[in-house]
Design a binder for this molecule. Structure first.
Ligand code: IDP
Ligand code: MG
Length: 150
């Protein structure tokens, strides 16, 4: 079972797409572990996007992510990181596969609606950065055996 951080970025919140995003992950069978609606501080934004510091789009990216509230969530499932990235779609919405969130709701890379952790090491770091341990909920669903093989 893998956990991954998902953010509905400020454009997704402003456009009323929080429910749409949650519905897609629920429908896929992923299990929600944590969620909070919050205004991101500049400090958190800079820590979260530290790997992009120095790139041409960095300043715009920080401005974008602090421009309004985000919905931060942790989701889990078998190969959860990969599964979530697949449902989210490629970074550039015009390259994202039809049926993915970025394809279906976005056009521009700088307004691509969602963040999702890209690999296990990043996911672990990001979940710990955005959530305290006691905000992560361990629970079982009655339907788990029909979604998870083990
Ligand atoms: P990801 O969100 O799919 O993991 P990354 O390459 O990690 O993509 O980039 C982080 C975020 O930075 C993207 O989701 C997007 O919002 C923004 N970004 C990436 N490349 C560009 C760009 O070329 N122009 C503007 N924004 C960009
Ligand atoms: Mg990334």
């Amino acid at each position: 079972m893998e956990r991954t951080l998902v953010l509905v970025k400020p454009d997704g919140v402003q456009r009323g797409l929080i429910g749409e995003v949650i519905a897609r992950f629920e429908r896929r069978g992923l299990r929600l572990v944590a969620a909070k609606f919050m205004q991101v501080s500049k400090e958190l934004a800079e820590t979260h996007y530290a790997e992009h510091k120095g790139k041409v789009f960095y300043d715009g990216l920080i401005t974008y992510i602090v421009s309004g509230p985000v919905m931060a969530m942790v989701w889990e499932g078998p190969k959860g990181i990969e599964a979530v990235r697949q449902t989210v779609g490629s970074t550039k919405p015009v390259e994202a596969a039809p049926g993915t969130i970025r394809h279906d709701f976005a056009l521009e890379v700088g307004r691509n609606l969602i963040h999702a952790s890209d690999k296990p090491e990043t996911a672990e770091k990001e979940v710990a950065l955005w959530f305290k341990k006691d905000e992560l909920v361990e629970w079982k669903r009655a339907v788990d055996a029909w979604v998870f093989e083990k």
